[in-house]
Structures are given as structure tokens and as C-alpha cells.
Design a protein around this ligand. Structure first.
Ligand SMILES: [Zn+2]
Length: 105
């Protein structure tokens, strides 16, 4: 099961978080934590995100940890080290969770 996420779907035109359902909010928090961790450690091949798999949504009971990789320009791939859960995140660059931008600009 792969979750393909486009960060823009959670944001308004100014880059602020839109009104989300509780479940969408949980997923959004999960995604931006991965974005922060990866953009902060962009040179590393595999980034250990300080995040437990079960924080993704209420119905996930796995206690595995999340690992993420910067796979291509603008694309992050992440997976749980224990279960099958994985996904990608796109269009996160330039968002307020992109920790690279202070270095690039
Ligand atoms: Zn898991």
C-alpha cells in the first residue's frame, strides 16, 4: 500500500494549511515531519525520521519507525521499517517545512 501525497493538496495559495479533517490532519502532520527531516539531511542516502508508523492514522497499529529517502528532484520516498506502508511526497519544496531553503536562497 503506497500513499502518494502532493503537499499542495493540504495548503492554500499562500502555503498555509487548509481546514482538514482529523484524519487528513494526522496524515499531514506525518508528511511534514518527513519533509522537515529529509530536507534537513538531504545529503544522506537514508534518513531516519523520528516518527512511529502508527502516528500516520488511527487505524494503524504498527510500531515501526519511518525511514525516508530523497529519490529525485522534488520527490521524497518513505517507508516503514516494519510493515508494508510506504509512500511518496511531492511538491514540498519551498513550503514552510522545507529546511533547505535557508541555505539555497
Ligand atoms: Zn509500519
Amino acid at each position: 500500500m503506497a500513499l502518494k501525497a502532493d503537499l499542495r493538496h493540504f495548503l492554500d495559495e499562500e502555503g498555509n494549511e487548509i481546514e482538514l479533517t482529523d484524519q487528513a490532519k494526522a496524515i499531514f502532520r506525518f508528511l511534514v515531519k518527513i519533509v522537515s527531516a529529509v530536507s534537513e539531511n538531504i545529503d544522506q542516502p537514508l534518513i531516519y525520521v523520528d516518527l512511529q508508523c502508527r502516528t500516520r492514522a488511527d487505524d494503524v497499529s504498527c510500531r515501526g519507525s519511518i525511514e525516508a529517502t530523497y529519490i529525485a528532484i522534488g520527490n521524497i520516498e518513505w517507508h516503514c521499517d516494519t510493515c508494508e506502508v510506504s509512500g511518496t511526497i511531492s511538491h514540498w519544496q519551498g513550503s514552510m517545512w522545507d529546511k533547505q531553503k535557508r541555505i539555497l536562497h
